[in-house]
Design a protein around this ligand. Structure first.
Ligand code: ATP
Length: 259
């Protein structure tokens, strides 16, 4: 049986609990991500995608339920253990890059290695700069680089500490189609090399790179599709029709609420 890399048990997330602004963003979610899986999360705006990603990747803490990563219950870890765990195991890629403007590209990529207290990092950084084709900009500042280059810097920073899981929230959201394609092909390659990927997207083409797709609706998993033996084209068509079905369901639910 494949190894469970992430396991979520009965996760509920309520923002501002016990106030009149309480919002239940996730309701009793249970799921498993196995080693080497490429899992995408789709759903309409406000369905809870980012909340799910944040709560299962230690960025936020669920109101109820448990999260296990590599068999460890992350809800029971101290803040300093969590910080080490995040740096050693998880690599984060966000839509808005989150690079530091006052540091050079080289210095940005070095951050996780400094957190890990590594001292001998030149070779590692050079390798990742080469892999992502950003050697020429290593002494520039982010504002001197293109959006696609800065996104590659964010990926380099996520990968330099050799994480076993990549967590990505709409990573192609600010990229043009050429750079989106390049990023997706890179994620595919990393996944083939054994890195597990968990990614939020609203785009069926992006989702067609996954091996498993979760649909969220009102904070609950409404559907799961597995790619299995489908070609990427067949998988894309299945995702598109499922997407349409989900939108139709939401439309009819709303219509019934009104009537
Ligand atoms: N910090 C917060 N405080 C209060 N409510 C929040 C907070 N963050 C999200 N929410 C609410 O939780 C629900 C789920 O939000 P979330 O951002 O997870 O949805 P999403 O599916 O990622 O949406 P989008 O596709 O628009 O980014 C929404 O109703 C949202 O308004």
């Amino acid at each position: 049986m494949s190894e469970k890399i992430i396991e979520v048990k009965h996760m509920t997330k309520i923002y501002n609990p016990e106030t009149r602004h309480a919002t239940t963003a996730l309701h009793d979610i249970s799921l498993v991500v196995k080693k080497g899986e490429f899992v995408c999360i789709m759903g309409t705006s406000g369905s809870g995608k980012t909340t799910l990603l944040n709560n299962l990747s230690t960025i936020d803490t669920p109101t109820k339920g448990e999260v296990y990563i590599n068999g460890k219950n992350v809800n029971h870890m101290s803040e300093s253990d969590l910080c080490k765990f995040r740096t050693n195991v998880l690599g984060f890629i966000f839509q808005n890059y989150n690079v530091i403007d006052t540091l050079t590209i080289y210095e940005n990529i070095r951050i996780p290695l400094l957190i890990k207290k590594e001292t001998d990092f030149d070779e590692k950084i050079d390798r990742i700069l080469k892999q992502l084709d950003i050697e020429e900009i290593k002494n520039k500042y982010p504002y001197e680089c293109s959006g696609g280059q800065v996104q590659r810097v964010a990926i380099a920073r996520a990968l330099v500490s050799e994480p076993s899981i990549i967590v990505a929230d709409e990573p192609t959201g600010n990229l043009d189609s050429h750079n989106s394609f390049e990023l997706l092909e890179l994620l595919k390659k990393l996944n083939q090399e054994g890195i597990s990927i968990l990614m939020v997207t609203h785009d069926s083409f992006v989702a067609s790179y996954s091996s498993k797709l979760l649909f969220l609706k009102d904070g609950e998993i409404s559907d799961i599709i597995e790619r299995e033996n489908m070609s990427q084209n067949e998988y894309y068509d299945t995702i598109e029709s499922m997407n349409l079905l989900e939108i139709k369901k939401i439309y009819f639910d709303k219509k019934n609420e009104v009537n």
